[in-house]
Design a protein around this ligand. Structure first.
Ligand SMILES: [Zn+2]
Length: 93
């Protein structure tokens, strides 16, 4: 059986808007697409940033004030949020 390259994770809701997220959607622009503890997850619907918890569940938790500061200054996340915003406005497909 061929190896699957897409990792699957238990469905879990966005802590802000309850949007169900079941795939790895790393906001960080790095080589590895596999989320790990401490990685930032960005809700594809509302743009809320969460932190992956401990494996294997990788359950989201809210970022601490400190983490949120870093997240808000991260250029990759800022760009991802800008894209989300434009998508929601119907300005991007
Ligand atoms: Zn959300």
């Amino acid at each position: 059986m061929a190896e699957m390259t897409t990792a699957r994770y238990p469905m879990q809701p966005c802590l802000n808007c309850d949007y169900q997220m079941d795939a790895a959607t790393p906001a960080e622009n790095d080589e590895e697409s596999e989320p790990k503890e401490g990685s930032v997850a960005l809700c594809m619907r509302c743009g809320y940033a969460m932190i992956y918890g401990q494996p294997p569940e990788l359950r989201f938790r809210r970022p601490t004030a400190e983490e949120r500061k870093d997240i808000d200054q991260d250029p990759v996340i800022r760009r991802a949020r800008a894209v989300l915003f434009l998508q929601r406005k119907g300005m991007l497909k």
